[in-house]
Write a new protein. Structure first.
Length: 119
């Protein structure tokens, strides 16, 4: 079975990219990180994996585990920032945010059958 580094190298070679070109796609300064990924010395971080997966039109799960059939949602930077902001809140703030979201979902959801019958 292939390693993650071997899969990255295979994807890169299939597109005839240099390590330097893939480094730019992943938002890296130089090719040394790509060389380390491909040699399985270093693992890319989540944001780098997202960029690489999106470019090659594969899932992150494929890059990590070699499983093509499993789909993984690719989050935007805004999604990641929102989760970071939520996690930075104290626990009581997190609970307040969840309650607020539940209330908003309820307000904006379609009225139930009984509410329509009463109207």
């Amino acid at each position: 079975m292939q390693t993650m580094g071997e899969r990255i190298k295979l994807l890169r070679n299939d597109k005839r990219l240099t390590q330097e070109e893939l480094a730019k796609i992943a938002g890296l300064k130089d090719r040394s990180s790509i060389a380390n990924w491909e040699a399985d010395r270093v693992t890319p971080d989540y944001e780098q994996l997202q960029k690489v997966a999106k470019f090659f039109d594969v899932t992150i799960d494929y890059i990590i585990n070699g499983k093509k059939e499993v789909s993984v949602t690719v989050f935007t930077q805004d999604d990641v920032d929102l989760v970071r902001r939520f996690k930075a809140l104290p626990l009581v703030g997190q609970h307040m945010m969840i309650n607020t979201l539940e209330n908003l979902e309820e307000m904006f959801s379609e009225p139930s059958k009984t509410e329509q019958d009463q109207a």
